[in-house]
Design a protein around this ligand. Structure first.
Ligand code: NDP
Ligand code: 2IT
Length: 444
């Protein structure tokens, strides 16, 4: 049996219930076959793939807090410190009822290669809890965040592990987490990114993931003789990534016609009114349905179905496995020719294979959404220097990073005769840097 297949079998046997983790590992290892098979005996002797698929550390902890009725609630918190080969652990915190160890491990694993692609010195990590922020009061959110940090602070620090936001964690939550870290340690340091601008945050971090997604989408189109202006774009989600992807796509002349949440989607053929979406989602913390109630040109449809809306370009920006094979076929049948993932692993493996086999342009999340974590690394730099850069400076750096990521991904795919397979390109380019660093540092 090939070394890659052996390791894949072992990963499944050792982590039997972690299906998202299996999915993420399998996709990466399948891409790496062309690299590994050139030098299989060395990789096997060094147990390189066993080491890269085993987190350096998995921390799981109890998070007790008191709700507004005086009832004690208990959640399960996680931090997976996956790889510190190229820098301190870096990656977001997710608060969602679906969170479990397998989901945090898949996200932490993806983060290793994503962070490597940014070209910045950050290792891979991820964390979160099975806490549901929906419908909670501000006081309940604060109580949860303070309790979560009361355990997490033991394991993080500006030079060891620097968490940030992800699903369910935005500016409000980062603020509460930061306040508690400072109170417990007495340190005013850049231990979290995505901070508010008054206490060490970076301009453009809020916009960065969505903007970066659109910058790399533009690069991909350009490299294939097309441009974003004038195209119709379907976006899923209506959170941080979705909103700022829609904003940048619109600024660059595209028309965004959908947004969604876990209840349903809105289709506005006139183009999504972002001020209204921001008011509903960022201010009122409401549901996307309210958009159609306020806007006569829009139609709300309950349930899945956003991928049946005709478009040129699709940007999945909600969550993992939100786009399956049937969705991929519907996109293609309706004329979509390019997909770039704002979310982490939003396309199932079958959907991804369909995109690649049917000749659609497809940019995987670990390259396409890397602008968020890249700008987090820029926030870390500013904190270390005790300086703040202007919005334009940060945005220009972000833009250049996304251009460079496209180049690395494209070149890696060509180097192995897999031109236009950006999945392979991203996995290989991300892997090569991490392996070189691991080899240099010995068996640790
Ligand atoms: P937010 O919490 O701001 O928004 C999440 C959006 O996705 C909401 O519209 C939410 O709807 C929807 N969503 C979440 N879970 C589900 C689900 N199970 N089914 C359907 N819809 C769902 O998160 P972000 O925008 O920050 O994150 C979105 C994706 O982007 C995630 O995959 C995240 O890992 C990834 N990402 C985020 C980065 C960042 O900087 N924030 C960086 C790189 C990747 P609802 O309100 O109904 O739950
Ligand atoms: O998935 C991701 O890259 C993020 N949620 C952002 C992580 C970060 O550290 O900014």
């Amino acid at each position: 049996m090939s070394y890659v297949d052996e390791v894949m079998e072992r990963v499944i046997a050792k982590n039997p219930s972690e299906k998202e983790f299996h999915q993420a590992v399998k996709e990466v290892l399948d891409s790496l076959r062309v690299v590994i098979e050139k030098n299989e005996e060395k990789f096997r002797k060094d147990a390189l793939l066993e080491r890269i698929t085993e987190p350096e550390r998995v921390i799981s902890f109890r998070v007790p807090w008191v709700d507004d009725k005086g009832q004690v609630q208990v959640n399960r918190g996680f931090r997976v410190q996956f790889s510190s080969a190229i820098g301190p652990y870096k990656g977001g915190l997710r608060l969602h009822p679906s969170v479990n160890q397998g989901i945090i491990k898949f996200l932490g694993f993806e983060q290793i290669f994503k962070n490597s692609l940014t070209g910045l010195p950050i290792g891979g990590g991820k964390g979160g809890a099975d806490f549901d922020p929906k419908g909670k009061s501000d006081r309940e959110i604060m109580a949860f965040c303070q309790s979560f940090m009361t355990e997490l602070f033991k394991y993080i620090g500006k030079d060891t592990d620097v968490p940030a936001g992800d699903i369910g964690v935005g500016g409000r939550e980062i603020g509460y987490l930061y306040g508690q870290y400072k109170r417990l340690t007495g340190l005013y340091e850049g231990v979290l990114t995505g901070k508010g601008l008054t206490y060490g945050g970076s301009l453009a971090r809020t916009e960065a993931t969505g903007y970066g997604l659109v910058y790399i989408t533009s690069e991909m189109l350009k490299a294939n003789g097309m441009e974003l202006a004038g195209k119709t774009v379907v976006i899923s989600g209506s959170g941080n990534v979705a909103i700022y992807a829609a904003q940048k796509a619109t600024q660059l002349g595209a028309k965004v016609v959908t947004m969604s949440d876990s209840n349903g989607y809105v289709y506005d053929p006139e183009g999504i009114d972002l001020a209204l979406v921001k008011e509903i989602k960022e201010v009122k913390r409401g549901r996307i349905k309210e958009y159609a109630e306020a806007k006569p040109s829009a139609k709300y449809t309950e349930g899945k179905g956003v991928w049946t809306v005709p478009c040129d370009i699709a940007l999945p920006c909600a969550t993992q496995n939100e786009l399956d094979l049937d969705d991929a076929k519907a996109l293609k049948a309706n004329g979509c020719f390019a997909v770039a993932e704002g979310a982490n692993m939003p396309s199932t493996r079958e959907a991804t294979d369909f995109f690649l086999e049917s000749g659609m342009l497809f940019m995987p999340g670990k390259a396409a959404n890397a602008g968020g974590v890249a700008t987090s690394a820029l926030e870390m730099s500013q904190n270390s220097q005790r300086m703040s850069w202007t919005f334009e400076e940060v945005d220009a750096k972000l833009h250049q990073i996304m251009v460079d990521i496209f180049k690395k991904v494209d070149e890696a795919s060509k180097k192995y005769g897999l031109e236009k397979n950006y999945v392979a390109g991203a996995n290989i380019a991300g892997f090569e840097k991490v392996v070189e660093a691991m080899n240099a540092q010995g068996i640790v």
